[in-house]
Write a protein that binds this ligand. Structure first.
Ligand code: ADP
Ligand code: MG
Length: 507
């Protein structure tokens, strides 16, 4: 294999990667455009969310797949910042092409990029990040952050601007109540407007009792992890029974079931509700209904968990294990032909459900994605992460810092560090460009501000020029930026290290 052939592989990988970047670049930032993605069956998704676009892209090229992996890592670690990661990776790769053209070996480029990433991240942590209770010192004064700002920044561009503040507030309340993003359940209900969204202090179940029953009242509730139906045996055995034996075998099962139902009646002498994980035989439900006990069956495990923490009672394995019942308020609401049960406990529980309202399912889907990002970033900061100015200002500040440091690095790696610094500026430049402003002017203005150590400036997407992100309240978790830089560097260097692609035998 000749040197040029190897280089051909690298360039093909770089081109494939650049193509993906081309698809998502225009979605970056609050004024980014949406993408409509249509599959072969004509199903459409309209989104501005990088992670969603990446998930739907049909990419077969290995270089492209690596970029998508980088975006997925970002999403899973930081919930947000996927588009930034992809755009940054594209720019780093593009700039490395220039270095290769000048005769730098890919290894030297990788080496320089790795050094640059380490320097950038350490500057980010030591000079740009602000922790809880700390303040950011700007020329015109000091700023402290508010969790609402973090939520608002993540959700801008994904929701109706008029409701932005309410929505940000709701996100913060939800995470504060639950402790972390994972514990917040989100339920999109079509109809109404985003402003009508609210935090329900309890669990919502999209199933109704088997038999119609009177709701809207406080009930005694029992949770059971199995079912109320004849046991299915797992053992694969054939038993030969005569007629008498068979009816005995069958009635034995029925009797067991009946005795379980009787136990429930004992636990719930005044009537109540039983939520079961598996099925419940109809005749058991009828029997229980006669005793004023209604049954809700086939509930997913996550719902059982939510009910358990709402009511403050553990989920019993079988009726025989029930230790106590809990009291809760249950009522139903119908939304677009689907009935929902709202269950509220009497204890002070951290379980809550964010009920999202929006006109159509398509807009609701996009709003839900915005919420997922916002809940995630609020949860990061609430659990100890620092905060940096958004709008790509942190990237521009890291770039300026790298330029001051590059000369201290010996040899050709210095060129790679400079190329890395240039690549970082793609984030503010693209946000400005997508807002309809000149990216070059934006970068030059930012460099001018950075000359006097004003690190908080980012693109003013409303009026052009640059503006203080701390003053605007455009803030994001430090780890979001740190991870974007690290992921982009890792994917770029991994692609640069590939010098040949060999077809693998199918498995
Ligand atoms: P990502 O998938 O990378 O999160 P987004 O499309 O969500 O991409 O854009 C996020 C970028 O937009 C972040 O850098 C964020 O700081 C920036 N941003 C959000 N609101 C504003 C604003 N009002 N002005 C400038 N930049 C903003
Ligand atoms: Mg985002």
């Amino acid at each position: 294999m000749t040197e040029t052939e190897n280089e051909g592989t690298l360039r093909k990988n770089i081109n494939a990667a650049k193509m993906i970047v081309g698809t998502v670049k225009s979605t970056l930032g609050p004024l980014g455009r949406d993408k409509m993605m249509v599959d072969a069956a004509g199903n459409a998704v309209v989104t501005n969310d990088g992670a969603t676009i990446m998930g739907e892209l049909d990419v077969s090229h290995p270089g492209g797949k690596m970029i998508i992996e980088g975006a997925k890592t970002q999403e899973s670690l930081c919930y947000d910042g996927t588009t930034s990661t992809v755009v940054l990776t594209g720019e780093m790769l593009g700039n490395s092409e220039g270095l290769l053209n000048k005769g730098l070996h890919p290894n030297i480029v990788c080496n320089g990029y790795n050094q640059a990433a380490a320097m950038a991240v350490s500057y980010l942590d030591s000079h740009l990040s602000v922790g809880e209770g700390e303040t950011f010192h700007a020329k015109e004064g000091k700023y402290a952050f508010d969790l609402k700002d973090i939520a608002r920044t993540a959700i801008t561009g994904k929701t109706v601007d008029a409701a932005l503040d309410d929505v940000a507030e709701l996100c913060v309340q939800a995470v504060q109540k639950a402790g972390s993003a994972e514990k917040v359940r989100v339920l999109p209900l079509p109809g109404g407007s985003l402003r009508d969204s609210y935090l329900f202090n309890g669990a919502i179940v999209n199933k109704m009792p088997v038999l119609e029953t009177e709701l809207e009242k406080s009930q005694h509730i029992v949770l059971i992890n199995t079912g109320l139906e004849p046991q299915k045996t797992d053992e694969n055995v054939t038993v030969q029974l005569d007629m008498q034996g068979y009816s005995q075998f069958k009635s034995q099962g029925e009797e067991d079931l009946l005795s379980q139902a009787k136990m429930l009646v004992e636990y719930l002498p005044e009537g109540g509700m039983v939520f079961v994980r598996d099925g419940a035989a109809d005749h058991v439900c009828t029997y229980l209904e006669k005793h004023e006990i209604s049954v809700v069956r086939r509930l997913p495990e996550s719902t059982m968990r939510a009910l358990s923490s709402t009511l403050g009672v553990s989920v019993s394995q079988t009726p025989a294990d029930v230790e106590c019942s809990a009291k809760g308020m249950v009522y139903s609401e119908r939304h677009y032909d689907v009935d929902y049960l709202f269950v509220q406990g009497e204890i002070d529980s951290d379980q809550s459900t964010l009920v999202l309202r929006g006109a159509t399912t398509t807009t609701l889907d996009e709003i839900e994605r915005g919420f997922d990002d916002a809940l995630g970033v609020v949860s990061l900061v609430m659990n100890g992460d620092g905060v940096v100015a958004g709008g790509g200002s942190a990237y521009a500040a890291m770039a300026a810092h790298l330029r001051t440091q590059a000369a201290s690095v010996e040899g050709r790696a210095q060129m790679a560090i400079e190329a890395f610094a240039d690549a970082l500026e793609i984030i503010p430049a693209t946000i400005a460009e997508n807002g309809g402003h000149d990216p070059l002017d934006c970068i030059l203005n930012l460099r001018h501000k950075l000359q006097s150590h004003e690190t908080e400036y980012g693109p003013n997407i409303e009026d052009g020029g640059v503006i203080s992100m701390w003053n605007l309240g455009v803030l994001e978790p430090t780890s979001l930026v740190r991870q974007a830089v690290l992921s982009a560097t890792e994917v770029t260097t991994a692609i640069l290290k590939i010098d040949d692609m060999i077809a693998k035998r199918g498995e």
